[in-house]
Write a protein that binds this ligand. Structure first.
Ligand SMILES: [Fe+2]
Length: 226
């Protein structure tokens, strides 16, 4: 299986001024693309050559795991952003409010997790098998699927995600990230977490899944955040 760099579901400059076209061109076109290319080189002749991204993440180690996880994590990250203003579904709003106290408390806890993560990594909202939500920080390429959790949303807190626009001020980047959240996608992930178990991308635009319909809608939309 040849893994592909996903097409961004919006234009390079669609997230400005909170995330610049220059950032997207480097982050997606250079960093993310490099992980895809390295993964394709590394899996040749291995047991992972025909495996899905999620299968590789579950079972590989070392460089193959690192590059596969970085491909998955970035696929997730781009899709969790949108230039269009969205709101959480009633069901997602309800579970967040019941488990974190309010949407504001959830935001505070998520951003705090991002601020206190030492070095490079990712911050996730995940759900476990008992429908408990968890805000999880993972270092470098690590991914909560390895721990049996199902990811619902993610933030990239590697410096390459924010240095062009925010220099070293991670707090401002996290506030900007929050304003770009694609709550439609996060709500979709919550509604479908038992079905997909975090594997939202295996059939990316290969069939007519609801997810692909959704991405198609994103690609066609012409609204931008005011
Ligand atoms: Fe990144």
């Amino acid at each position: 299986m040849v893994h592909k760099l996903i097409k961004l579901p919006y234009a390079d400059d669609a997230l400005e001024p909170l995330m610049s076209a220059e950032t997207l061109r480097y982050h997606h076109g250079k960093h993310h693309a490099t992980y895809v290319n390295k993964l394709n080189d590394l899996i040749v002749g291995t047991e992972f050559e025909s495996k899905s991204l999620v299968e590789i993440i579950k079972h590989a180690d070392g460089a193959i795991f690192n590059n596969a996880a970085q491909v998955y994590n970035h696929d997730f990250f781009w899709t969790v952003l949108s230039p269009k203003a969205t709101t959480p579904s009633v069901a997602l709003d309800s579970i967040i409010t019941s488990q974190f106290g309010s949407m504001d408390e959830f935001k505070k806890a998520f951003i705090e997790k991002g601020l206190t993560l030492f070095g490079s990594g990712w911050v996730w909202l995940c759900i476990d098998e008992h429908d408990n939500l968890h805000i999880v920080a993972t270092s470098n390429a690590d991914n909560p699927i390895r721990s049996g959790l199902v990811p619902l949303m993610v933030c990239d807190v590697w410096e390459h995600a924010y240095y062009i626009d925010y220099r070293n001020v991670r707090a401002d980047y996290l506030e900007g990230y929050w304003k770009l959240l694609n709550w439609n996608f996060i709500s979709y992930n919550y509604s479908n977490h038992e079905k997909h178990r975090g594997d939202y991308f295996s059939n990316f635009c290969k069939d007519n899944t609801p997810y692909c319909d959704y991405v198609d809608q994103l690609e066609q939309m012409d609204e931008v955040r005011s």
